[in-house]
Every structure is written in structure tokens, then in C-alpha cells.
Design a protein around this ligand. Structure first.
Ligand code: G3I
Length: 328
């Protein structure tokens, strides 16, 4: 799709080489801001729901699903012929405020989660192309994270979640997604072992999502490549699912915009080199970046981690991604 200004867009460059360049989308600016919608449909060929498909936002009250925001994002993606990524069916965060796990038995929690996965993945069957089925199941030290789902079902909750998703959305690609595991490190080693176990148990997993929130420390692209390759060698697809690039707020480099652009360029080039065909950035413009409003992250990191600035103008990072996608 050519931009209103007639300049080549990320989307055109990505389409030309069969690459998905995506953005996480928030429902409020999608509804209210024309500029946000324009950037999204012109510059990106993939969308991920930033929050709208999580259990909490979807389920405001017991027994009630509110699909309005999620539908708006899926409809936008479908209308503009974009790949739609669903995020996320099973997570320990952003569960509904009314959900009190201790009032359920383990069996009831299993039924609760099964019904959730069946309802949500089933609703979007044929429209959501890829699901982050399970998000962040491994803790920072590489042990299994002790979540409500793990406590009730042990590691088997991952097997079940993938199987339930596969039952109702057989055409969707199913991913395990995590942060801090982009390069080869203790956590990505543990995730590698985990997905190996899932594959040994014939769990229907298609791929691994590496989030790549490069906040302060920017993982070495060579180590990312090495990490990606080992998952690919297991027969899995690998996607970059939530990229953003920030610096420590107390010591940002003088040339932050250029350093940010270079890192984006290196990552896109790495993806193209090693057969990663999807890269999603975690927001459309800096104004909507989660970093600004999440816990104390806004105090710790620079709040302009994306490809478009607060005035919807493309940044050097945009030019770098466009350049990398345009080169052979
Ligand atoms: O919408 C409510 C609003 O009604 C309420 O008044 C306000 C008060 O705090 O909160 C609003 O919800 C916030 C929501 O973002 C929408 O802005 C939540 O508090 C806030 O916790 C939530 O943060 C999201 C975060 O996940 C939750 O863990 C971020 O937007 C979202 O970008 C972030 O995304 C995660 C991925 O899902 C998984 N990987 C890491 C990534 C970044 O943390």
C-alpha cells in the first residue's frame, strides 16, 4: 500500500519480499485517531492485539465476554488484508480482576482455562493467523514460572493449551512467546528444553516468539541468530513478536535516535539472513508505547522506542527498517 505522500512504505517493501512487518495495536487510538489508522494500514501488513485479546480485558465480569475491542482489531486487519496475530490465550498477567484462583479446585481451573481457550481461539478461527498460545511460562532464572496454571496442572498446562487451541483453530499457527530469551542465555536454554519436551510429547506447537523488548541492553544480533537457528533446527518457526528499542533514561547516548535506527537495521538484516519472516514492533507510534505508562518503566527507560514519533512522523528507525527491507 503506497502512502498518502507517495513514498515507499514499510509495507510495500515487506510485501515485495514476503516479509510480515507488524505492529501491536491498541483499540482506543484505532477507533479515535485517523493518523494512527493511516500509519497502521499503510506501513504494516500485520497486527497484534496489544491488550484486547488478553483474558482480563476480554472478560470484564464472570460469565461475560466483551469482544468489542478484539473484534475491532481483527476486523481492521481483515479489511486491510493484514496478517492477524492473537495475543495471548494463556498468561499469568492481566487475568480478570474478579478471578480469584484460590476459590477453584485444580480440576475447575483446568476446565476454566479450557473453556477460555475454546471460546476465544474458536471465535477467531480462520481470522487469527497465529496465536501466542502461552506467554511467559518460564521465569527469568530458567525455572518454570509458578503461575496459577502451573500450580494447578504442572507443565501439562502448556500441552493442554496448545491442544485446545488446535482443536478449535486448526488452521492457526501456534506459538510459545517469551521475553528476555532473544539471545542465547539461561532463559532461552530453558525455553529450548521446554519446547523440546513439548515436541517429544507431540504437542501441536508451530513456533517460538521472541519478544525482543530491547530496553537499555540490546541483545547481540549474532547471539539472536544462533538462538533462532537452534529453534529452527527443531522444525519450529521463529518470529520477533514485540520489538522496541529504548535506552537507560539516566544515561542515554547523545545519538540515541541513530543508535536505535542501527539496532533496528541490524535486527531486520539478521531476520532476513536467517529466515525469520515476521517482525512485530510493540506499538504504532511512540505516543502509544507501553513503556511510558507501565510501572516505573517510564522512569527507567527512554519512552520513544518505536518507528514513528509522537507526531506520527517516521523516525530514523523507520528509514533504517525500510532500507533493510528494500536491500537484497
Ligand atoms: O485500560 C485500563 C484502564 O481502564 C485503567 O484505568 C488503567 C489504570 O491503570 O489501566 C488500563 O489498563 C492498562 C493496560 O495496559 C492498557 O493501557 C493496565 O493497567 C496495564 O497493566 C496494561 O499494561 C500492558 C502490559 O502488557 C500488562 O502486563 C501494556 O499495555 C502492554 O503493552 C504489555 O504488553 C506485554 C505483552 O502482553 C507481553 N510481553 C511484555 C509486554 C510489555 O510488558
Amino acid at each position: 500500500m503506497t502512502s498518502e505522500s507517495g513514498e515507499t512504505t514499510l509495507r510495500e517493501a515487506a510485501d515485495a519480499r514476503g516479509f510480515d512487518i507488524g505492529a501491536a495495536v491498541a483499540a482506543t487510538p484505532l477507533r479515535n485517531e485517523r493518523g494512527y489508522r493511516r500509519i497502521l494500514r499503510e506501513q504494516f501488513n500485520a497486527v497484534t492485539a496489544e491488550n484486547a485479546m488478553k483474558m482480563g480485558p476480554l472478560r470484564p465480569e464472570p460469565g461475560v465476554y466483551d469482544f468489542a475491542d478484539a473484534d475491532a482489531i481483527v476486523d481492521f486487519g481483515t479489511t486491510y488484508d493484514m496478517t492477524v496475530r492473537g495475543h495471548t490465550l494463556v498468561w499469568h498477567n492481566q487475568t480478570p480482576t474478579w478471578f480469584e484462583p484460590w476459590t477453584y479446585t485444580d480440576d475447575q481451573l483446568r476446565t476454566f482455562l479450557r473453556d477460555h481457550v475454546h471460546t476465544v481461539a474458536g471465535r477467531y478461527s480462520g481470522r487469527v493467523d497465529a496465536w501466542d498460545v502461552v506467554n511467559e511460562a518460564v521465569d527469568d532464572d530458567g525455572t518454570m514460572r509458578e503461575t496459577v496454571w502451573y500450580d494447578a496442572m504442572g507443565e501439562q498446562y502448556l500441552d493442554l493449551a496448545f491442544e485446545w487451541a488446535n482443536e478449535v483453530a486448526p488452521d492457526a499457527d501456534l506459538y510459545y512467546n517469551d521475553y528476555g530469551a532473544d539471545a542465547v542465555n539461561e532463559k532461552s536454554d530453558a525455553i529450548y528444553d521446554l519446547v523440546e519436551r513439548l515436541l517429544e510429547r507431540d504437542v501441536p506447537i508451530d513456533g517460538v516468539g521472541l519478544q525482543l523488548h530491547a530496553l537499555g541492553d540490546h541483545p547481540d544480533p549474532e547471539s539472536i541468530a544462533k538462538n533462532v537457528r537452534r529453534f529452527q533446527e527443531l522444525g519450529l518457526d521463529v518470529q520477533i513478536t514485540e520489538m522496541d528499542v529504548a535506552f537507560h533514561r539516566d544515561d542515554p547516548p547523545a545519538d540515541a535516535a541513530e543508535r536505535q535506527a542501527e539496532y533496528y537495521r541490524e535486527i531486520v538484516e539478521t531476520c532476513l539472513d536467517i529466515g525469520v519472516e515476521t517482525l512485530v514492533v510493540w506499538g504504532v507510534t511512540d505516543a502509544s508505547s507501553w513503556i511510558r505508562n507501565f510501572k516505573d518503566f517510564g522512569e527507567r527507560y527512554t519512552g520513544d522506542p518505536l518507528l514513528f514519533d509522537d507526531r506520527n512522523s517516521p523516525k530514523p528507525a523507520h528509514a533504517a527498517v525500510l532500507d533493510a527491507l528494500s536491500n537484497d
